[in-house]
Design a protein around this ligand. Structure first.
Ligand code: MSP
Length: 639
């Protein structure tokens, strides 16, 4: 029996729209939560928005809105994004919720009454971006390491939380619970920080400077420091102290955060819990940063990636898969659209997609789409280790998911895929199908392959829930939740006689031209279109010789699925290789007039010399060739 599992994301600031980084953390939490549920455990998944503080007030002002209207708007953006990314949270908390506010007041009062909060004057270096004071030691070249701006000196009277009192307790707690902060590098980072004396934390802001916050229950001239307010969301959302949810889920609480907020979660939060007499959370999982084209995502650089755009172009499961496979949890990773497309084509379209359709096609062809019965003796001869490979994949998957090593969990599945391909090569079902005497062998081979597909469909569920469901539907498993981990560990759960559906392409291959503009530039021009390229002069345009050509002959090129070899009349006959076969058959092109770049330097494509390029739009789901309004003489220039 697994303990009820509680997982949280950071509550996101409402001073910016949701981006790739927020999506990553939230998808990680969703994947971990779904994984726990396929093990049979109860789960509770919390996300939300952090709505108080200077930053919000300043952003609202910039938009000419009141803080209240502004936070409602941006919080709404987060809330409506998550279902689009197939994120199934249980509760969405906002720090402006009345229930949250009253719990913050209650806990603040308790810590105050216990004597852990005191009033004092303080002068320090304050970063408005981070909403916190910095020590000299923490600055890099005198600047805030996150915002790269010089902090301002601020002198005020404020309330302070005696964190120093809990320093040695925290060190012991971290040492006695080696997986309290994972991956290990972040545990070490916190321990190394704790080698220096821990300074007390300023936990109030005078109302003369900031009104948008929770008033201190013991002094109405101050509001609560935004981090003290925000961290408490993790318990207020569960109805602390008496709520059933709190009793059920808090003992196994896991927080997922990015490395930027390690300190508040690894130091302030456990100390706050300890001071308030609340048991400390179970685990903190810290991940690295997604950079874009090797630099930090930032509004000012203009390289902020919007998750919804990626989902709309590439599909939600491919996007989720890429994020989980493309980042080693804990380390930074670089995001690029080209890497995303490469991953989709190789792992999803080629490996998983091809294998799935290949096996279902064989099952249709040889067994009319019905899962075959198998003969135990023949089965032993032909098993060839597939059963143990499937079990190994499931065990490794489970172990890696448990430790948030998502990329390794996926690698374990892909190893099974590769074994299945080898199994097909070794057993050659198409040869077995030729002879009546090998019918029993064929039954075993196809059964084993279908059974392995069933296991894969269950394993991918936490990462790619829609694809898992499609696979299971085609395997005739739509009436039961076949992704429970126990069923995945039980070989031969697929019942002979089960009716299969015809094969489908799970992931279409995507053509990405080298020079394709990034999503970034597309967004800038609006409506999902690439931005207009930099200006050129007429002289430059004149260098391009555009001509009308009539297609005389067209044929497919073996081994190059998307390519067609065209013979065109351009005034003279020429051969052009065009990557349009996914959208046009050779027959429908013959006789049509197209526009070609006639003076493009010839290049060899798939071993054929191509003497020009045909003009067409290139979209994810295909292309459309440029044609003319009426017929003209072949070779006519276009100017
Ligand atoms: N409001 C605080 C959190 C309070 S939690 C009690 C906050 N909000 S935030 O909007 O700035 O979100 C920070 C989090 O967003 C990071 O910890 C991380 O989870 C995610 N990411 C933001 N940018 C990111 C990347 N470039 N890459 C990966 N995740 C990042 O901090």
């Amino acid at each position: 029996m697994y303990k009820p599992f509680y997982i949280t994301t950071p509550i996101y600031y409402v001073n910016a729209r949701p981006h790739l980084g927020h999506a990553y953390t939230t998808i990680v939490a969703d994947v971990a939560c779904r994984f726990h549920s396929i093990r049979g455990g109860e789960t509770f998944f919390l996300t939300g928005t952090d709505e108080h503080g200077d930053k919000v007030v300043r952003s609202a002002k910039k938009e000419g809105l009141s803080p209240r209207t502004y936070v409602d708007q941006i919080s709404g953006l987060f809330r409506s994004l998550w279902p689009e990314l197939n994120i199934q949270y249980n509760y969405f908390i906002r720090t402006t919720d009345a229930s949250h506010i009253s719990i913050v007041e209650e806990i603040m009062q308790r810590i105050y009454d216990a004597g852990d909060i005191y009033f004092s004057e303080y002068e320090g270096l304050y970063c408005f971006g981070c909403e916190r004071f910095y020590t000299e030691r923490e600055l890099v070249d005198g600047k805030c390491p996150d915002h790269e701006t010089e902090p301002e000196i601020i002198k005020e009277s404020n309330y302070f939380f005696k964190m120093s009192r809990y320093q040695s307790w925290l060190i012991d707690h971290i040492k006695n619970n080696p997986d309290f902060i994972t991956p290990e590098r972040y545990k070490n980072e916190v321990l190394s920080f704790l080698k220096e004396p821990l300074e007390d934390l300023c936990i109030s802001r005078p109302k003369t400077r900031l009104k948008w916050g929770i008033t201190l229950p013991f002094d109405e001239n101050f509001v609560t420091y935004v981090w003290f307010d925000a961290l408490l969301n993790y318990v207020s959302a569960l109805g602390y102290p008496d709520g059933d949810l709190f009793k059920t889920y808090w003992p196994n609480a896991r927080h997922v955060v990015g490395k930027d907020i390690l300190k508040p979660h690894g130091i302030y939060w456990p100390v706050m819990l300890k001071a308030a007499g609340i048991p400390v959370y179970r685990q903190l999982h810290v991940h690295g940063y997604w950079n874009v084209d090797q630099s930090k995502m930032s509004k000012s650089i203009g390289n902020v990636v919007e998750p919804l755009q990626l989902k709309n172009v590439y599909g939600i499961d491919a996007f989720r898969f890429f994020l989980m496979r493309g980042m080693v949890f804990g380390l930074d990773s670089n995001f690029s659209e080209a890497a995303l497309v490469k991953r989709i084509n190789s792992d999803l379209a080629n490996d998983l997609g091809n294998l799935f359709s290949r096996i279902l096609t064989m099952a249709q062809k040889y067994f009319s789409g019905v899962v075959p019965e198998i003969d135990a003796k023949v089965e032993r001869e032909l098993e060839l280790g597939l059963e143990s490979e499937a079990l190994k994949a499931t065990t490794e998957f489970e172990n890696h998911m448990e430790t948030f090593a998502f990329h390794k969990a996926l690698m374990a599945i892909w190893e099974l895929i590769s074994h299945m391909n080898k199994y097909i090569d070794l057993t050659t079902p198409w040869v077995l199908a030729k002879k009546k005497s090998s019918r029993k062998q064929l039954e075993v081979v196809i059964y084993n392959l279908l059974e392995s597909l069933r296991i894969i469909s269950g394993l991918i569920y936490p990462i790619m829930p829609d694809t898992a469901k499609t696979m299971q539907k085609h395997l005739g498993l739509d009436s039961e939740p076949f992704y429970h981990l126990e069923t995945l560990k039980t070989w031969k759960s697929l019942a002979p006689g089960t009716k299969l559906l015809k094969s489908v392409a799970l992931f279409p291959r995507i053509e990405l031209k080298e020079d394709r503009t990034s999503l970034q530039t597309k967004r800038e021009s609006g409506a999902g279109m690439p931005a207009i390229k930099p200006e050129i002069t007429l002289d430059t345009f004149d260098k391009i010789d555009l001509r009308v050509a009539t297609v005389i002959h067209a044929e497919a090129i073996p081994r190059a699925k998307k390519m067609l070899k065209l013979e065109v009349d351009l005034g003279e006959k020429k051969i052009i290789v065009a990557g349009i076969s996914g959208s046009y058959s050779p027959e429908e092109l013959v006789g049509r007039q197209v526009i070609v770049v006639a003076n493009l330097k010839p290049a060899k494509l798939m071993g054929i010399l191509s003497n020009g390029m045909l003009l067409a739009t290139v979209e994810v789901d295909g292309c459309t060739i440029a044609t003319l309004d009426k017929k003209v003489k072949p070779g006519t220039p276009i100017s």
